[in-house]
Design a protein around this ligand. Structure first.
Ligand SMILES: *Cc1c(COP(=O)(O)O)cnc(C)c1O
Length: 326
């Protein structure tokens, strides 16, 4: 299990290497949504997403011998950038298994940190299987994108920062893919302030966590359809899901159009560039009244923190999205 002590240790370990992102209040999104909205802009984090936190906590905890055998991971891009950046800091070779047709901007950034890339399939499970094969056959050390207690503890450091920076937080909105992020944040926040609500948000076309949450067991999706490439996991993690069950209060779904709307609002009004996945949590604030999309009415007017989890979007993709072609 993951403890608050693990998260505090992660924070001590990674803090010299990461940026302390500050909460930004948004009057516009507060007015539009009826909540008192604060954004945590992890798109400004080193590597452009929060994923550096977990990757660093894991890689800084390896022995030089484990790291020297080379690090391997599977990622749609952001975790790959975190792993590539953390490996470079330590001087370890790194290999990232990316999806065919994955974001060229993310691939370029990974190569920029000196890591190698292999492309494999389109499903997260196929990529993870290839990374595990490279671990088993080539003796590399695998840094899982979410199903790892060091990774979860690293992501959980976000929760500590939020509680330090804002009093009377009523709820934290967290996008969910494999659930490393929400497990870490929920464990940290709930252990410190049990009455803060933790609400997971995912695209309606990629709702494996919501279905699993309802069913009380991990549910696998066959078809995933969303522009939010950072949360296309087909099933929540084996290690993360028990933490979701233990700590998460609710799961809500958002539409693709609300993700685009949230991206535009965050960019135009807050001058913050979120990638589609980075706008998923904020989309929940704009989705009031829709089926499965409503946040609890008891939160109206209260302080809500929405995690803007990443900002890695190519300008060409951004142009398409802004023009309404994506
Ligand atoms: C990976 C990622 C998530 C989801 O994190 P999980 O730990 O897989 O649930 C959310 N937003 C962005 C930008 C990501 O890269």
């Amino acid at each position: 299990m993951l403890t608050l002590k693990d998260v505090h240790e992660a924070r001590d370990r990674i803090h010299p290497f990461i940026r302390r992102t500050r909460l930004e209040h948004s009057t516009t999104i507060s007015d539009v949504s009826g909540f008192d909205v604060w954004l945590k802009p992890e798109c400004m984090q080193r590597t452009g997403s929060f994923k550096i936190r977990g990757a660093l906590n894991c890689i800084l905890s390896l022995s030089p011998e484990e790291g020297g055998r080379g690090i391997v991971t599977a990622s749609s891009g952001n975790h790959g950038q975190g792993v590539a950046c953390a490996s470079k800091l330590r001087g370890y070779p790194a290999m990232v298994v990316m999806p065919e047709g994955g974001s060229p901007a993310k691939a370029d950034a990974i190569r920029g940190y000196g890591a190698q890339i292999v492309f494999c399939g389109t499903k997260s499970e196929d990529r993870l299987a290839l990374a595990a094969k490279m671990r088993d056959e080539q003796g590399m050390t695998m840094v899982h994108p979410y199903d790892d207690f060091y990774v979860m503890a690293g992501q959980g450091t976000l929760g500590i920062e939020i509680l330090e920076d804002l009093d009377d937080v009523a709820a934290v909105l967290v996008p969910t893919g494999g659930c490393g992020l929400i497990s870490g944040v929920a464990a940290a926040v709930k252990e410190m302030r049990p009455n803060v609500k933790i609400i997971g948000v995912e695209p309606a076309g990629s709702d494996s966590t919501g279905r699993s949450f309802q069913a009380g067991k991990r549910v696998r999706l066959d078809v995933i359809d969303t522009m939010a490439d950072g949360v296309r996991a087909s099933i929540p993690g084996e290690l993360t899901f028990p933490l979701v069950r233990k700590y998460v209060d609710d799961m809500v779904l958002v539409s693709e159009s609300s993700i685009v709307e949230a991206m535009k609002l965050i960019l135009e009004r807050c001058k913050i560039l979120a990638e589609p996945t980075g706008a998923v949590a904020t989309a929940a604030l704009l989705t009031q009244g829709q089926k499965n999309g409503a946040l609890p009415g008891s939160l109206r007017g209260k302080k809500i923190v929405s995690l803007v989890s990443g900002g890695n979007v190519a300008l060409s993709q951004l142009a398409e999205i802004l023009a309404g072609r994506s």
